[in-house]
Design a protein around this ligand. Sequence first.
Ligand code: CAA
Length: 283
Amino acid sequence: MDIKTVGVVGAGQMGNGIAHVMALAGYDVLLNDISEESLNKALSLIDKNLERQVSREKISEDERAIALGRIKTTTALPDLGPTDLIIEAATERETVKAAIFEDLLPHLKPETILTSNTSSISITRLASRTDRPERFMGFHFMNPVPVMQLVELIRGIATDEPTYNACLKVVESLGKTAASAEDFPGFIVNRILMPMINEAVYTLYEGVGSVKSIDESMKLGANHPMGPLELADFIGLDTCLAIMNVLHDGLADTKYRPCPLLTKYVEAGWLGRKSKRGFYDYR
Ligand code: CAA
């Protein structure tokens, strides 16, 4: 399976980062979203992040221009028909993801590989609703995509070896490292990271420390690049809560109980950086 063209569904935080690294690695990218406005926003963000890499001498001006030229956008899902690999990076809701695959399927070549950038939803379940569960897998990037080295590759129960190997080759061509994970709630990274973030929220909730002291403790005491509350704001508190709920429901253990304070922030619409308010105020 020789992958040359990649269809990225969803132009948000993850989708635009994925389009960025794919184009830089030489793939022709077709980026899809439901509105022209989000596509334009994504393109200008990609441009800004490529520019940042030029200014830090990570890439040349020519590489930036060529990468940008490789990204085409469309609001019509059927346009993704001729692509070799689909990376779905839409909202972290199973109904939304399932509907996207359902709409896409009639337009795809039979050999096209389907993947999802889901951070916790069952790959096996998503795959079972398509016509090609053996050519379906999890392709999970970390945020910010252009910077983070890891991609989790998650096999569903039916994923075949040629599909896994084709995706592994793509990860390697990006200069990133793949971690192979089995299809259980949260896979590897979020199974470990989210309970830590949730515990940081409990630490705040129980008054053990302030936002500042919790974050500073983990930065200076455990050498984390960001404190857990700052990182939660960066990821999105709604995403953190959704992942905790997947761990709690899927593993049926009270140790994954989302902190009531996390739930309250999400109910208030305090979702972190994207809503300009979370554990920190970005207004
Ligand atoms: N595009 C391109 N380059 C970017 C970038 C972007 N979006 N964001 C940052 N960079 C680059 C900067 O240009 C800089 O490059 P140099 O090293 O060449 O100077 C480098 O990244 C570091 O950036 P900054 O100097 O601006 O800031 P920093 O040193 O504070 O680092 C950070 C920022 C990389 C985000 C760092 O704080 C960090 O690693 N934080 C933790 C991030 C993390 O844990 N991510 C995983 C989240 S979990 C997840 O994603 C999974 C999930 O499903 C929820």
